[in-house]
Structures are given as structure tokens and as C-alpha cells.
Design a protein around this ligand. Sequence first.
Ligand code: G3P
Length: 218
Amino acid sequence: MKFFVDTGDIDEIKTLAATGMVDGVTTNPSLIAKSGRDFKEVIQQICSIVDGPVSAEVAATDYETMRKEAEVIRKWGDNIAVKVPLTEDGLRVCKELSDDGTLVNVTLCFSPAQAILAAKAGASFVSPFVGRLDDISQDGLQLISDIVRIYDNYPQFDTEVLVASIRNPLHIVESAKMGAHVMTAPPAVIRQLYKHPLTTSGLAAFVEDWKKTGQSIL
Ligand code: G3P
């Protein structure tokens, strides 16, 4: 499973990239707003740190303007994935960009039917939002299971399932069991993956016992 980090925070990306846990980065207009920085500057900086796909989202919702914005955004780096919404206009832009060899991430996917459309439009990634479905008492992980199953039935679909809106480690582990290709999570959730109480208590015991030996390795 590829790990993308869902953030516009450069320091976080640098720190996580050093651990080898960052295969790509995703952003959205809310994350750019949170960074308080210039969109182009942030994206270009991320592209200079990370070799894998960096998702940058169009701001418009109509075909003409999205298409123009996509032309601008895709020139910001060789590893840009233009992010477009799962709408009729968005998928039209997706098809044109994909036919041209540009990576496209289709975002705001909430149903298997929408995921089929994204694959038919040639998306490189489809982003089903697990957490936001859970928030409205629908089963977000069931959506991942459905999409993976459907895509498996059609080997001609090249679209990777990019699990988004992740809120906890279980979302990642369960998606990995289902065979989702990629997940994107906030830095804090990626760090939660390291945690286990038995690791913490086991390490504390080893440190104490080592002190008793009176030895030093260095
Ligand atoms: O980038 C899309 C995404 O992962 C959104 O997450 O937490 O705002 O639902 P969230």
C-alpha cells in the first residue's frame, strides 16, 4: 500500500519523508487555506521534496475554468496530479488530462457508481472519503471494499483506489486488507500507526534492565 500524506504543512512533509513513509502528498483547498500560504509556492515546494504524485486541486467548478486552471497547475511540477471533483464537468477535464498523460486524482467520491465513472474517465486515482461517510453514519470502509471489488472485475481499469478522509489507523489497516492501492492520511494519523502499548511498556522494561547491566555499547 502506498502512503500519501494529506497536508500542506512543509515541515511535516519533510519530517515524515525522512522516515520513508511518504510516497506522495495530497492537498485540497481547505488544507491550502490552513497553511496560510500561496498555493503555487506550497505545491512547488512539496514537489521539490517528494518524488511521488503531489495532488493539487482546481478551485473552479465549471468545465472551462477548471480546464484552464488544470493547465496552469500541471506545469508546477513533473509529479503533479491535478485534482478534480467528481462531477460531470470534473470528469470531462479528467478525461482530457488523462488522454494527455497528466496524472489526475478525482476527489469527493462517495459511491461505487461514482468510482466507476472516474475509472471510465481514465483517472489515475479515485479518492473515496471514508471518514466523511462514517460521519453521517454510513459505512465508509464498505465503499472501499465495493470499489476494490468492482475494479478487480475490470483489469482494463487503471485507476488506483486512494483512500481519503482517513481518521484513524483502523481505516488504513482495513483498507490495506481489502487491497486498496493507496491511502492518504494526516500526519497525526500516520504517527498513530507506530503506537502500541506493549511496544511502549516492553521498551521501558528493556531500558531499565539494560541499566542494571552497567554496560555501554558506545
Ligand atoms: O484530501 C481529502 C481528504 O482526505 C479530506 O479529509 O478529514 O477533511 O474529511 P477530511
